[in-house]
Design a protein around this ligand. Structure first.
Ligand code: HEM
Length: 494
């Protein structure tokens, strides 16, 4: 038996695909959908149980990824960890990665995070609040550079971080759905470079050059010559400023600005735990239950990878009596799962209270941190604890020291922000917004940050040495291929 093939797949939009599939599932009264587009079978899952049945319980069949021709063949970049085929090379990467990211390294990672949050983020928020977007990027990019290569970074406008953003932006574009015809018609990769219309091939070459430079340059500019770095090179793991990772702090700023009562509750909790005379540290985090709930809700409300990374069925399979052919692209709709009314009533509402009962975290609600936001089965995100550590300490520190307010219009009145989010290349993010960041009244923010102000680079001294706790930030921003085969946006394709 086969699932019914639905609709004209070419009508599927380029952006907000997760929402589209959620709505389509509702219309069809089904949480699993089977589509065919240009000969490609696609299975879309909007349900947590079905996703776990397939991606977790049958992970041998569903741990592979489909190829993205623009990235894999034209750019020639087959070493993105998150896109690698399931096999020995992926296993070696994953083993190396988890070895260095293991929980036992958390104390050192926390120490590094604290340094970067205080010197690289809070000090900049105080001195140059209008550049807050840039500070978030420099903080995350700087942290990953320092942790991976042991290199110090400039507090603001670090050139390597700018370059990393540019180079990785290129690869994210290569993987983005519908940007390139070759992702729709794979044989176009054989078109010679000189042919009219083969601009995508020349672009691919320049992206590859930048990616190689990005990988090698920090190593030639004074990174620790630890032998394990050489091992990392051989395994071709890349450090990068994770675009997805940046989105979450941005989201938190926006939420805090949108929701005054929420930020007041968070501030009250932080004040009662931390008091006015010091900065929050990691020992405070377990006492900040409301902050826990708010971060869980931000990971649920707008999961940054709404349709995760697509998988590929490596064998013929059968589920609930239906046939799933080998080669089917399987898409787990994380957004639909975390917006399932059966588990999260009124899912569009940002409501941290859904995770709390009498001030205590509930254990009878699906926890986005451990169940869906970071993926499923053998390819679940191996960096989730690093992401969470940084989210908690950054959010606690910002809310402790600053008020986040809407910008003022020409008439001097606040322009109330809107809760608009979109996902074009796979990540859910708020469009650029303005925000006034001012020191909180009743706190001597200058005194609290005094020892962290300055111009010297951040991350001086020994980096996190490989063998102890070496952190590699690997691309996840290019995880946006989804079902590029079926997406037709003629205007924006090259
Ligand atoms: C809020 C931040 C983050 C989110 C929401 C996120 C989410 C995800 C998701 C959904 C996947 C795909 C999982 C699947 O296929 O089931 C993934 C994969 C991955 N993530 Fe993350 N991630 C985040 C931060 C990080 C960080 C900080 C690191 C590195 C330290 C990282 C490293 C990776 C890697 C290496 C993979 C590929 C794993 C594989 O294919 O085996 N991520 N992430």
């Amino acid at each position: 038996m086969r699932w019914p093939i639905i609709g004209n797949t070419l009508m599927i939009p380029l952006i907000n695909v997760a929402q589209f599939y959620k709505d389509l599932g509702k219309k069809l009264g089904s949480k699993i959908m089977y589509l065919e587009a240009l000969g490609q079978s696609i299975l879309v899952i909007n349900d947590i149980m079905i996703t776990q049945d397939l991606l977790k319980k049958q992970s041998t069949t569903y741990s592979n990824h489909p190829d993205i021709p623009m990235l894999a063949d034209v750019v020639g970049h087959r070493t993105f960890f998150a896109f690698m085929p399931y096999g020995n090379e992926w296993r070696a990467h994953r083993r190396l990665f988890t070895q260095h990211f293991s929980e036992k390294n958390l104390p050192r990672i926390e120490q590094k995070s604290l340094e970067f949050v205080r010197k690289g983020l809070l000090a900049n928020f105080l001195e140059y609040p209008e550049d807050f977007y840039h500070h978030i990027r420099n903080w995350i990019g700087g942290l990953s550079t320092s942790m991976t290569y042991g290199l110090p970074v400039q507090r603001r406008n670090d050139p390597l971080i700018h370059f990393a953003e540019h180079a990785l932006g290129g690869s994210a574009a290569a993987a983005s759905p519908g940007r390139f015809w070759v992702n729709v018609i794979p044989w176009l990769k054989y078109v010679p470079d000189w042919m009219p219309g083969a601009g995508f091939k020349r672009l691919g070459k320049s992206i590859r050059k930048e990616l190689v430079q990005l990988r090698e340059e920090p190593l030639s500019s004074g990174a620790s010559d630890d032998s394990e770095i050489t091992a990392m090179r051989q395994y071709r793991l890349y450090r990068r400023a994770l675009r997805n990772f940046v989105i979450n702090p941005t989201l938190i700023l926006k939420i805090a600005m949108l929701n005054k009562p929420l930020s007041k509750s968070l501030e009250k909790e932080i004040d009662s735990v931390v008091g006015p005379d010091r900065l929050p540290d990691f020992s405070d985090i377990p006492h900040l239950k409301y902050l826990y709930a708010a971060i869980k809700e931000s990971l649920r409300w707008n999961p940054v990878l709404p349709t995760s990374v697509p998988r590929l069925a490596s064998e013929d399979d059968e589920y609930m009596g239906y046939f799933i052919p080998k080669g089917t692209v399987v898409m787990s709709n994380i957004y639909a799962i975390l917006h399932d009314e059966e588990n999260f009533p009124d899912p569009g509402k940002f409501d941290p209270e859904r995770f709390l009962k009498d001030g205590i975290l509930r254990d009878d609600v699906i926890d986005p941190e451990s169940v869906a936001t970071f993926g499923f089965g053998r390819r679940i995100c191996p960096g989730s604890h690093i992401a969470l550590v940084n989210l908690y300490i950054a959010a606690a520190s910002i809310l402790h020291l600053f008020d986040l307010l809407p910008p003022l219009g020409a008439d001097g009145r606040p322009i109330e922000p809107k809760a608009i989010f979109s996902s074009d290349s796979g990540g859910f993010e708020p469009p650029k917004f303005d925000c006034r960041i001012i020191p909180r009244k009743g706190k001597d923010v200058h005194a609290l940050l005094k020892e962290y102000m300055g111009t010297e680079p951040v991350g001086l001294g020994r980096g996190l040495r490989v063998g102890d706790d070496f952190v590699v930030f690997v691309s996840t921003s290019a995880i946006s291929s989804k079902i590029s085969y079926q997406m037709m946006n003629l205007d924006s394709r090259q």
